[in-house]
Ligand binder design. Structure first.
Ligand code: BES
Ligand code: MN
Ligand code: MN
Length: 470
């Protein structure tokens, strides 16, 4: 399988041109079909959507059958099902393990959406819906690339196994066990994932690093009931204040994280990476303008790209306490709550960092309140070298789909299973994403650029051929 490159014959080129023609002719149909997938509210975080999540898994399985994939199965987990399918008819060619997720993030605040999140709407060349970019649109791109090969040639140029997960947005809590328990089923040569972004419009990219994550809830209780702030104020600790003080205790003013030992395992950026990233067309002024940021800030000595791609963070994701309605209410809240998380970089280990954090919270917690820390999900960081033949093949495919060679990026986001594929299956991953940084993933008005979606189908189709030739 490895080290053998089949010659590019005319017949082979012809087969590929047919596939690309088919994709071009079917452009509008793909968007219409994608709308049906985007209409299913498969929100994994909300228990009331469990039925929709399952319906979405079934829809994906049916679609896999429709495009020509075989052995379609729904694997049950303690949570949401994993959808599996394969086509293994390309004798002697490598096998791709494709991974994607069919679950989506919640849609609140709903009133900020310009069109309903589960009624996909095309405006100005972008398809708006929850899941359009993250990750249904990008998964669908591959299903349509597969369909095009089958329709035109009756076969694929490569072997492929697909797994679609329904719990990525809630930390992939059951996927590691599935991977560990199904090593033979998942045996392959390379993982392909489209669940990341391009560097910028017109600048396609291949991602070779992801940050990891640990996520916590902190609950603080100061009394057994809310209290009159005049009658009791001054006599006991206010949990909102205590929590705020604990949170500010996590960082220096300049952003450096104060948890003892937090940076011990951080792999420093190399000069090569810094130089390469400095040449990327990053426009800080535009970045600030796009997101309405008055002034960027972060760890001293690092650029914005370095801070988000290669440095760890401590962030508050949510904060709750006391009276937040209209008007004024003189009250001492009984409780306060924060959701906090840390993004991790190689070689920080989520379990180690979790322990350091928990110990530090207990150290910061005053005796005047009860503090409870609950660990939620997490995932390991991942980084790969990008000089392997699969990444080179992806570069050629992207060039055909997008008309220019990709740049190499790391990303600040997390896809927990990527490290698992490396550790448990020994597989490299190729992350070729077609989202854009301003496509509002996890936010109101999520969208996917229709041209990128279309070019992504072509690039995916070529990618199968390119990997098939290796
Ligand atoms: N697709 C994203 C991750 C991502 C975003 C990778 C941008 C590269 C660029 C994924 O769906 C996601 O949101 N992951 C979560 C993981 C978490 C819930 C464990 C994240 O990063 O917050
Ligand atoms: Mn995603
Ligand atoms: Mn996501």
């Amino acid at each position: 399988m490895v080290g053998r490159r089949r010659p590019v014959t005319l017949e082979y080129l012809h087969a590929m041109n047919n596939v690309i023609d088919f994709i071009n002719v079917n452009r509008e149909r793909y968007l219409e079909e994608l709308k049906a997938l985007l209409a299913i509210p498969s929100i994994s975080a909300l228990p009331e959507h469990a039925g929709d999540v399952r319906r979405c898994a079934e829809w994906c399985g049916d679609e896999m059958r429709r495009v020509g994939l075989q052995n379609v199965q729904l694997f049950e987990t303690p949570g949401n099902p994993i959808v599996y399918s394969e086509w293994l008819g390309a004798e002697g060619a490598p096998t791709i393990l494709f991974y994607g997720h069919y679950d989506v993030q919640p849609v609140d605040p709903l009133d900020l959406w310009l069109s309903p999140p589960f009624e996909a709407t095309i405006r100005d060349g972008e398809i708006f819906a929850r899941g359009s970019a993250d990750d249904k649109g990008q998964v669908f791109m591959h299903l349509k690339a597969i369909e095009a090969h089958f329709k035109q040639n009756g076969r694929l140029p490569v072997n492929i196994k697909l797994i679609l997960e329904g719990e990525e947005e809630v930390g992939s809590v059951n996927l590691d066990n599935f991977v560990k328990g199904n090593k033979e089923l998942l045996k392959a040569d390379v993982v392909v994932i489209s669940d990341s972004a391009m560097f910028a419009r017109g600048v396609p990219s291949i991602c070779y690093g992801l940050r990891g994550l640990v996520y916590f809830q902190i609950d603080v209780r100061g009394s057994n009931t809310d209290l009159h702030s005049g009658v009791f104020g001054g006599a006991l600790a206010n949990p909102a204040f205590v929590l705020a003080q604990m949170l500010t205790g996590m960082k220096e003013r300049n952003g450096t994280i104060k948890i003892p030992g937090f940076y011990d395992d951080v792999v420093p950026l190399t000069d090569e990476e810094r130089q390469a990233w400095a040449t990327l067309p990053f426009n800080e002024k535009q970045y600030r303008k796009t997101f309405g940021i008055p002034k960027v800030q972060g760890e001293p000595g690092y650029t914005t790209l370095e801070r988000t791609w290669a440095r760890p963070t401590f962030e508050v994701n949510g904060l709750l306490s006391g009276f937040t309605g209209a008007g004024a209410k003189t009250v001492l809240p009984a409780v306060s709550m924060a959701k906090v998380s840390m993004r991790l970089v190689p070689n920080q280990d989520p379990n180690t960092i979790a322990k350091l954090f928990e110990d530090y919270v207990q150290k910061l917690a005053p005796k005047t309140v009860e503090v409870k820390v609950t660990r939620m999900h997490g995932g390991k960081p991942w980084m790969a070298s990008f000089d392997n033949k699969f990444i080179q093949a992806a570069g050629r495919a992207i060039e055909q789909g997008f008309g220019r060679t990709p740049v190499f990026t790391r990303e600040g986001g997390s896809i927990p299973v990527v490290a698992t594929f490396q550790e448990e299956l020994g597989l490299p991953s190729v992350l070729f994403g077609v989202g854009l940084p301003d496509e509002n993933a996890h936010a109101p008005n999520e969208k996917l650029d229709c041209d990128n979606f279309h070019n992504g189908i072509i690039a995916s189709a070529v990618l199968y051929q390119e990997i098939g030739k290796l």
